[in-house]
Design a protein around this ligand. Structure first.
Ligand SMILES: Nc1ncnc2c1ncn2[C@@H]1O[C@H](COP(=O)(O)OP(=O)(O)OP(=O)(O)O)[C@@H](O)[C@H]1O
Ligand SMILES: [Mg+2]
Length: 445
């Protein structure tokens, strides 16, 4: 048979099918259809979340079928979110046909109306509605704009929960793919996050709060803050950036934390600078003088024990699906009580740029997999401490122009300079040490 013939037969079958369907629609007796449920947009003046979930589900369902599509840009990196812009949508679930329709009352109130054949009653009420809600909510979560919250100074709080945190839309391009670090460690972290976010049943089974704590440590510019952004993007969680110095005491800390929402990351950056970690610092500094009035006014009065109590107690009791992250440049300064295993589930070190990490940066910034200078850079990186942030700066396009050879040469020069400085500094340090030893030796004998 010729191609044209096939198409012709196909076309006429489709035409008869449409004809049959239209007739069926007309004669299909109304009493065999039942309108099962209405889902109003507002119930007793309160927004009905079921309405929104159904709307989202149907919006996603109707893509490709709807004649008119309304597009709204929810988040740049997520592309367009398309929404249905027609009144009626047909859906098929386990062989049951259902029709959704938006009915607008004279007062403007809108309701989702679901119609289907009696035969489907069990399937629709038994599982279909639940399925629509769950799908709708999960699509909502994926499309949701992420937010970055920062705590307001407690002097600005009023009685509303809203006054505790202010927020902006969170749009950070960081991803695990572009994060320069040891690939094995990266994989381990990704697996941990994955296990956590899918761990609802597991945490329930073992009777533990669905929470996870990470301690990120390493020198400045090694990617701690970038990793937090990558984690938030990966999980689609909001970030609460908790500034401890803006609060007065432990009870304020408790208020702030209980006002966070689930599916969020709570971050305390530079933990060693934000709390009085040991309560002994003053003594250790050798300053035993009497405190002057108001001397502590600008210092945070959140104590280490407040923070630890929170992690152990209140933290477990307040909500689910939350991650807490501490960062520090000086892990050696932290009190062991704060970082012992069990409190922080995973300690993640972000370190100076390795060759593996450099390769990720070279790919990100120069779209480069190999280059004759790579060998030299590899051996220089083995002997030199340089933060990924400093490497990235060398590889960045200058005046919007990518210059592969120029950037790499620039990096080699900078590495050689650093190597020399670090060696000289190392020698100085050794000299100082030997001087000190000599002094101790003299004092002893
Ligand atoms: N591991 C990395 N991978 C990719 N880019 C990085 C990495 N580390 C640093 N950078 C780049 O350097 C910039 C600064 O890094 P970032 O703010 O994450 O460092 P940090 O470890 O949080 O430093 P600090 O201790 O000073 O807060 C980032 O915006 C990013 O462009
Ligand atoms: Mg940082």
């Amino acid at each position: 048979m010729m191609m044209g013939d096939t198409m012709g037969t196909f076309g006429s079958s489709m035409a008869s099918l449409f004809f049959f369907w239209a007739t069926f629609q007309q004669i299909f007796p109304d009493h065999l259809k039942i309108a099962i449920k209405d889902f109003p947009e507002y119930e007793e003046y309160r927004f009905n979340h079921a309405f929104a979930a159904i709307d989202t589900y149907l919006g996603a369902k109707a893509i490709g079928k709807a004649q008119k599509i309304r597009a709204s840009q929810v988040k740049e990196s997520k592309g367009l979110v398309l929404k249905r812009d027609e009144a009626k949508v047909r859906d098929v679930y386990q062989g049951v046909n259902v029709w959704w329709e938006i009915v607008t009352a004279t007062d403007g109130d809108r309701t989702h109306k679901l119609t289907f054949h009696r035969r489907g009653l069990e399937i629709v009420t038994g599982s279909y509605i639940k399925y629509v809600m769950e799908e709708g909510k999960s699509i909502e979560a994926k499309n949701k704009k992420m937010k970055l919250f920062t705590n307001n100074p407690s002097s600005n709080w009023d009685n509303s929960k809203k006054s505790l945190w202010r927020h902006i839309d969170f749009e950070h391009p960081a991803s695990f793919q572009t994060l320069a670090m040891d690939p094995v460690k990266k994989e381990e972290i990704l697996n941990d996050l994955e296990a956590f976010s899918n761990g609802k049943e597991y945490y329930k089974k073992i009777g533990k709060a669905w929470k996870r704590g990470y301690l990120l440590y390493g020198p400045p510019g090694t990617g701690k803050s970038t990793m937090i952004a990558a984690m938030a993007n990966h999980l689609n969680y909001n970030i609460y950036d908790l500034e401890l110095t803006a609060i007065q005491n432990n009870s304020e800390l408790r208020k702030l934390l209980t006002a966070t929402s689930s599916r969020s990351i709570i971050v305390i950056e530079d933990i060693d600078c934000s709390v009085d970690l040991t309560g002994k610092r003053r003594k250790r500094d050798g300053d035993l003088s009497v405190k002057k009035d108001g001397e502590d006014q600008n210092q945070s009065r959140v104590t280490l024990s407040g923070l630890l109590n929170f992690i152990d107690g209140i933290w477990s009791a307040c909500g689910q699906e939350r991650i807490i992250i501490f960062t520090t440049n000086h892990i050696e300064k932290l009190d062991p009580a704060l970082i012992r295993r069990g409190r922080m589930d995973m300690h993640i070190e972000l370190s100076y740029c390795s060759f593996e990490a450099f390769k990720v940066l070279a790919k990100n910034y120069l779209d480069l997999d190999s280059h004759p200078l790579f060998g030299e850079i590899e051996s220089l990186l083995k002997e030199t401490k340089i933060a990924p942030a400093d490497v990235a700066e060398k590889l960045m396009a200058k005046n919007h122009k990518v210059d592969v050879d120029g950037s790499l040469k620039d990096l080699v020069e900078s590495l050689e300079k650093r190597k020399k400085q670090q060696r000289d500094h190392g020698d100085d340090h050794k000299k100082k040490l030997s001087g000190k030893k000599l002094r101790i030796f003299r004092e002893l004998f």
